[in-house]
Design a protein around this ligand. Structure first.
Ligand code: CP
Length: 312
């Protein structure tokens, strides 16, 4: 595998291989605190056309933990603001020599174009392309689910995961729905009809408009951010009404099974899709998701450009 653009390109073996590699990297680096020489002499460019906190910082840190040279390129403050195209930016980065481009872009398909247009010799890793996909977020979430709910297994058969909210604008939801399907979980997608994409009935999930009906059956619940910045119309009557119908609050969290975990990819709208009380509660694994994102990103970088060097 040279690029990682979409989880839909991964087989079950690929997915388990990435998660197993992440588990091993977590062990040998003490949770990502120790450095490894694995990518010494390699250059990773983080090419970010969209804002990010978790993904950008964890890719930077993951590359540094593996001893790569890291260059971070933010579209703001670059020649992109003078009108430079994606192609010319790619050709420029290629001329400077890069082994991997980690790209976040507002346009769905931008990572695929970079990988396959013939502009670059490097590997391309999709760090989120518009509403399309965010594969390393889903892999990090799978790592977290495995750690809590299936520590001894490599598949998620028998698990039911709820994904709740603004699925229409969420690349995290799309990547998670397909990845969890690959791993054998049952996925129930819950949200208002206006925030579910056309054609979702053909995705590997059940669809529901009632959060309350599903709470007792969920092993994990993933709350999604309401992405106001991608909305150019009215998708629900008011924030208050949205949170009353689809928000996770203490009363709803109590209806989850005792072992169920609460997830959110961040950034959160506290008080809209999740209350602060639930986000900060004992069953919330939201900060763990961030830490696990780092480990999984190390694994992806290692597998894509680490060659035949061993993890340890
Ligand atoms: N989950 C996620 O992608 O967060 P950032 O936008 O902060 O990277």
């Amino acid at each position: 595998m040279k690029h990682l653009i979409s989880v839909q390109e991964l087989s079950r073996e690929d997915t388990v291989g990435i998660l197993d590699t992440a588990i091993e990297l977590n062990r040998v680096t003490d949770g990502g605190t120790k450095m490894l020489p694995t990518l010494r002499g390699r250059t990773v460019v983080n090419l970010f056309y969209e804002d990010s906190t978790r993904t950008r910082l964890s890719f930077e840190r993951a590359a540094k933990r593996l001893s790569a040279d890291v260059v971070t390129f933010s579209a703001k403050g670059s020649s992109v603001s003078k009108g430079e195209s994606l192609k010319d930016t790619a050709l420029t980065l290629n001329a400077m020599g890069a082994d991997m481009i980690v790209v976040r872009h507002p346009a769905p398909g931008a990572a695929h174009r970079l990988a396959h247009a013939g502009w670059l010799e490097s590997s391309v890793l999709n760090a989120g392309d518009g509403k399309h996909e965010h594969p390393t977020q889903a892999l990090g979430d799978a790592f977290t689910l495995r750690a809590h709910l299936r520590p001894e297994a490599t598949d998620f058969a028998g698990l039911t995961i709820g994904i709740v909210g603004d699925v229409l604008h969420s690349r995290v939801a799309r990547s998670n729905i397909f990845l969890l399907g690959i791993l054998g979980a049952k996925v129930v997608v819950i949200g208002p009809p206006t925030l579910l994409p056309v054609g979702i009935e053909n995705w590997p999930c059940e669809v529901s408009y009632s959060l309350d009906a599903h709470l007792p059956e969920l092993d994990a619940i993933m709350m999604l951010r309401v992405q106001q910045e991608r909305m150019n119309g009215t998708f629900f009557p008011s924030e208050l009404e949205y949170s009353r119908t689809f928000g996770l609050n203490r009363k709803r969290a109590k209806k989850l099974p005792e072992h169920a975990i609460v997830m959110h990819p961040g950034p959160m709208n506290r008080g809209v899709e999740i209350t602060a009380e639930v986000a900060d509660s004992a069953r919330s694994v939201i900060t763990e998701q961030v830490a696990n994102g780092l480990i999984v990103r190390m694994a992806c970088m290692y597998l894509l450009i680490g060659g035949d060097v061993s993890v340890a």
